[in-house]
Design a protein around this ligand. Structure first.
Ligand code: SF4
Ligand code: ZN
Length: 305
C-alpha cells in the first residue's frame, strides 16, 4: 500500500473503503478515536462530571471502547463492569482479560460472578427448554445484570460496546421476527425512564467490528483468544456473515441500514413506546413490561428443573 492519506509520511496499512481513506496505524488510531468522540458529542451521551460505567466482556469491542474512552476523556470517572457467566473454557479466560485491561488502564473493575451471586451459570440453561436459545437467554441475563451492576455502583450512564454490525444484524433479525418493539433497544442512547433503569449509551454504534479489532490489535489490548462454545450455533453470527457478503459488493450497505433505522424507524417506534408502561418485577423488583421480568421467567424455569 502507498503512503497514509492523512500524515502523507508513513506507510498506509488500513484501507477504509467507505471513507475512501488509506491510513497508517497511528493515523487510524486517531481517526478511530475522533469518530467515537464525535458520536458521543452528537448524541450527548454523557457530561464531563458524570460517572460512567463501561461493560467489558474481554472481547475486542468493549476493550477498544474502554481504551478509547480513557484516552479521549482522561479526567472522566470510569468504572468497568464484567460478568463471569460461568461458561467452561471461556468465562474465566474472559475475566482474566478484563482484569488485565482494567489494570493497564488503571480503571476500577467490578466483577459479577453469576454462580456466586445468583447460584446458576449460563451453562445451566442447557438442561431447560431454553437450550436451543442459549444466546438470547444469555443476552436477557446480561442486560439485567449489567443494569443491576450500574445501579449498585451508582453510575450515571452505562456504556456498552455494541458496534455497527451488531446493530444491523439485530435490525435484520427484528424484521424476520416481527418483534419491532425490540428495535428501541438499539437506540444510541436509552434514557433512564425508571429510577432502577440506568441510562445506556452505545458509542460504537457506527463503528464496524473489523475496526474495533484493528484498534485492539494496534494497541496490543488484552482480548480473549477463545470463543464461547455456543457462538458457533448462534443465528446472529450466521446472519452477520450474510450481511457481510452483501457489504462486500456494497460498502455503504450497513451505513444505509443504520441511517434508515436512526432517521425513520426510531421515530415510529418512539410513538409506540409512549404506550408502554413499566412495572416492577414481582420477583427481582427491577423494571419490567410484565409482572415477572424476562430474566426471572428464565431463572424460574431453572429452579423448576
Ligand atoms: Fe452468551 Fe451466546 Fe455470547 Fe456465549 S456466544 S457469551 S452464550 S451470547
Ligand atoms: Zn425479575
Amino acid at each position: 500500500m502507498s503512503k497514509c492519506d492523512l500524515c502523507t509520511k508513513r506507510r498506509a496499512e488500513v484501507y477504509l473503503k467507505y471513507a475512501g481513506l488509506k491510513l497508517c496505524p497511528e493515523c487510524f488510531i486517531q481517526f478511530f478515536r475522533r469518530r467515537i468522540q464525535k458520536i458521543i458529542e452528537e448524541y450527548k451521551m454523557f457530561k464531563k462530571n458524570e460517572k460512567i460505567g463501561v461493560a467489558i466482556s474481554g472481547g475486542k469491542d468493549s476493550s477498544s471502547l474502554l481504551h478509547t474512552l480513557k484516552n479521549i476523556y482522561p479526567k472522566q470517572e470510569f468504572t468497568a463492569f464484567h460478568i463471569n457467566l460461568g461458561i467452561t473454557g471461556y468465562s474465566d479466560h474472559c475475566e482474566e482479560k478484563a482484569r488485565e485491561l482494567a489494570r493497564q488502564l488503571d480503571v476500577e473493575l467490578v466483577i459479577y460472578n453469576l454462580k456466586n451471586r445468583e447460584g446458576y451459570t449460563i451453562e445451566d440453561f442447557e438442561r431447560t427448554k431454553y437450550s436451543r436459545k442459549m444466546c438470547s437467554t444469555c443476552g436477557v441475563i446480561k442486560r439485567h445484570v449489567m443494569n443491576v451492576m450500574a445501579c449498585e455502583a451508582n453510575v450515571d450512564v452505562l456504556a456498552t460496546g455494541h458496534n455497527l454490525d451488531d446493530t444491523v444484524e439485530t435490525m435484520f433479525s427484528t424484521f424476520i421476527s416481527g418483534d419491532f418493539k425490540q428495535l428501541i433497544r438499539l437506540k444510541p442512547v436509552l434514557p433512564s425512564i425508571h429510577p432502577k433503569l440506568k441510562k445506556k449509551v452505545k458509542p460504537l454504534i457506527k463503528i464496524p467490528e473489523v475496526e474495533n479489532l484493528l484498534y485492539a490489535s494496534y494497541n496490543n489490548l488484552p482480548i480473549r483468544r477463545v470463543n464461547c462454545r455456543y457462538s458457533e450455533s448462534a443465528r446472529s453470527i450466521r446472519r452477520k456473515r450474510l450481511i457481510n457478503k452483501i457489504s462486500d459488493s456494497d460498502q455503504k450497505f450497513k451505513y444505509q441500514l443504520l441511517s434508515v433505522f436512526l432517521k425513520k424507524l426510531i421515530p415510529m417506534v418512539e410513538k409506540e413506546k409512549e404506550k408502554v408502561k413499566l412495572v416492577e418485577c414481582k420477583l427481582c423488583g427491577y423494571p419490567s413490561l410484565r409482572e415477572i421480568c424476562s430474566k426471572c421467567v428464565r431463572t424460574q424455569v431453572l429452579l423448576g428443573t
